[in-house]
Design a binder for this molecule. Structure first.
Ligand code: CP3
Length: 345
């Protein structure tokens, strides 16, 4: 569904609709009691592959908060799970791979699987998207599809699990650049396939999450990562494309991927007027409420949100969001209040 008049889609295309659109990364999930209730007895990745559950969890925060879009409930590791990798999500920790991808042989084995397999196995994903879109379209709200970018996915796969500095993935770039490029290139096709399945089933925008891109030196980002991320997004031409990472101030211009992205996500470290000056007049900015501020007294949080909206005026257009995901301990009534505030400004 294209939904060209929805505020989110207009802002991503460069317009300034009457109300500034807002959604939250990780708006679905543990901050919502209705999510915790629905997830009892079901593993995270099983929930992702059960269409009515994935659709229902996608819709919960839209109904509750009145945000301007749903973000498809899934996870960045779902497409590599569909490609046959042994991965689970350990609660409180994150994705853990049974067999980390460390050597040239590991990379050769993993990349011998055709990304086409992901397309074939994505029927539960397409079905969940269709179910979510059927309800969202009644209120004219878009669904945002997403995928993990090659570097962030590789950061988990090479390490075998979450890591602070993603040293093993960054080391592979320099120790065995051929294997790195082979792995990242394969991941770009896998992510593109996963995004394509969601768009085919009705998603009206996509976001590529390169959450950990900020851990890279700019020169390494340009040489080892940006071309692969660009390929992951380049095939998605019918809907607007958002590119997000944390701590990306030094590489923000590169994050536009030469114009392949319509919008870049900005975390809380970089004021949006500075971000707008970096990315220029052809890119929408998305962000950047500090998740830590969600714990602050309302008057402090309100002043922060107003400041974010005011600074966003420097960009060609602005989609309000957090600088990273909703922390699980967030009081959801605070999120609803932020949506009402942003819509009233
Ligand atoms: O509401 C949404 O934003 C949509 C759903 C979504 C999830 N994961 C659901 C999820 C999205 C967009 C993601 C992407 C994702 N997954 C990223 C990129 C975004 C980011 O936060 O930077 C990353 C790095 C992952 C990997 C991952 N998956 C982590 C680090 C975790 C947290 C582990 C934990 O328990 O703290 C997950 C699990 C996960 N993905 C949960 C949810 C709702 C929590 C699962 C649960 O309820 O136990």
């Amino acid at each position: 569904m294209a939904l060209p008049d929805a505020p989110l889609i207009r802002a991503l295309r460069g317009d300034r609709p009457a109300t500034t659109p807002i959604w939250f990364m990780r708006q679905a999930g543990r901050s919502l009691p209705e999510y915790r209730e629905l997830r009892v007895g079901t593993q995270m990745l099983d929930a992702c592959l059960t269409p009515y559950l994935a659709a229902e969890i996608t819709l919960q925060p839209v109904r509750r908060h009145g945000v301007d879009a749903g973000i498809f409930f899934s996870d960045i590791v779902v497409p590599v799970l569909l490609a046959g990798l042994d991965v689970e999500i350990v609660p409180g920790r994150g994705p853990v791979f049974a067999d980390p991808i460390r050597t040239a042989d590991d990379v050769a084995r993993v990349t011998s699987v055709s990304p086409q397999l992901v397309a074939e196995k994505s029927e539960p994903i397409r079905e969940a998207v269709r179910l979510a879109v059927a309800e969202l379209e009644q209120s004219g709200k878009p669904l945002i599809g997403f995928a993990g970018a090659p570097f962030t996915l590789a950061a988990y796969m090479v390490e075998g699990g979450p890591s602070k500095e993603h040293l093993r993935a960054r080391a592979m770039m320099h120790a065995d650049p051929d294997s790195w490029h082979r792995l990242a290139s394969w991941l770009s096709e896998v992510s593109a396939t996963f995004l394509g399945a969601q768009v085919e089933a009705g998603a009206s925008a996509v976001q590529l999450f390169d959450s950990w891109a900020g851990s890279l030196a700019p020169a390494d980002y340009r040489e080892f990562v940006a071309p692969h991320s660009q390929r992951a997004l380049a095939g998605i031409t019918d809907v607007p494309r958002i590119h997000f990472g944390v701590g990306t101030g030094p590489i923000l211009a590169d994050m536009t991927l030469g114009g392949t992205a319509d919008a870049v996500g900005v975390d809380w470290r970089l004021p949006l007027d500075e971000a707008a000056a970096i990315v220029g007049p052809d890119i929408t900015v998305q962000g950047n409420i500090d998740p830590a501020m969600l714990q602050a007294p309302w008057d402090v949080l309100e002043a922060h949100v107003r400041d974010v909206v005011a600074r966003g005026k420097s960009a060609r257009a602005h989609v309000v969001n957090l600088g990273h995901g909703v922390p699980p301990e967030t009081d959801p009534t605070v999120l609803t209040r932020i949506v009402e505030l942003v819509h009233s400004i």
